[in-house]
Design a protein around this ligand. Structure first.
Ligand code: ADP
Ligand code: UDP
Length: 237
């Protein structure tokens, strides 16, 4: 497998085409961004930690029978994935209130949500990722009804797998964002699962172990990402 050229460079990852038209390389960089790219910093080792954590989590998700784009780790910072036609919406599940839902609905942080709630956001930094509903997704042709149903089903299936996995590691899965795409017509999980795209709190102390440490200038960002990886049993080498 050979890298051919850079296809896209996002806020945290670079994407490369390969000599196989169906495969891409995702390179996890140390760049860390928040507030739609208005706050940016390089955090040493973040790319490696997220690449390896993502590989571990994607493998657990696959084992549970949920289709993902992940093929294999290529190096500390690179992974081989299936090339998806991405669906431009973010699927967010919340088990506990935090972040934007508190601002939007005036609810306090740290409320348990039973059942968990689900939200779609349009992936568009210029518009600050506005919340959209299933009618928008259908009317603007971003995905079909069947694909919407599949994304919701798979996102909740991921919740069952990961809530248990994190709880076993003494961590609460507060909320998370997933992105899906099509591979020869089949909807599967793409992008990444790492502490950059979810909220993880220590189950005892509720200490934040995710990107909120960066957003809120709490310090110890990389140490928290390392702690999550260590508790899950991810081999960081
Ligand atoms: P952003 O685009 O939000 O700045 P990243 O820096 O993480 O985010 O860039 C990675 C990009 O690659 C994202 O736009 C994501 O949708 C896209 N992507 C992730 N997985 C795949 C895949 N398997 N096939 C095609 N594109 C993908
Ligand atoms: N999230 C993400 N990328 C985005 C928006 C949100 O990974 O572009 C994640 C975020 O890390 C959190 C969850 O989705 O785990 C819900 O985010 P929220 O809507 O609360 O927005 P925030 O306040 O984090 O901007």
């Amino acid at each position: 497998m050979q890298i051919v050229k850079e296809l896209y460079s996002g806020k945290a990852k670079s994407v490369y085409t390969t000599d196989d038209a169906d495969r891409l390389v995702l390179r996890f960089r140390d760049d860390t961004s928040a507030f739609d790219g208005r706050k940016i910093e390089k955090l040493a080792h973040k790319g490696m930690i997220n690449n390896k954590t993502n590989a571990f989590v994607m493998t657990q998700i696959e084992r549970a029978g949920i289709p993902t784009h992940f093929d294999r780790l290529l190096s500390d910072t690179d992974s081989l994935v299936k090339r998806l036609e991405m669906i431009p919406v973010e699927c967010v599940v919340r088990n506990i209130t935090a972040g934007s839902i508190c601002r939007r609905l005036g609810v306090s942080e740290n409320m348990d949500l039973d059942p968990p709630t689900f939200e779609f956001f349009l992936k568009n930094d210029e518009l600050h990722d506005p919340m959209v509903n299933e009618y928008h997704i259908r009317s603007f042709g971003w995905a079909t009804d069947e694909e919407v149903a599949t994304m919701k089903r798979l996102t909740f299936e991921v919740n069952d797998v990961l809530k248990r996995m994190f709880l076993d590691a003494g961590i609460l899965l507060v909320d998370y964002k997933l992105e899906f795409g099509r591979f020869h017509g089949q909807v599967m999980l793409g992008d990444e699962f790492s502490a950059d795209g979810c909220r993880l709190w220590d189950a005892e102390t509720r200490k934040k172990l995710d990107k909120d440490r960066f957003r809120q200038d709490l310090g110890g960002v990389i140490e928290a990402y390392q702690e999550v990886a260590a508790r899950l049993g991810v081999d960081l080498g």
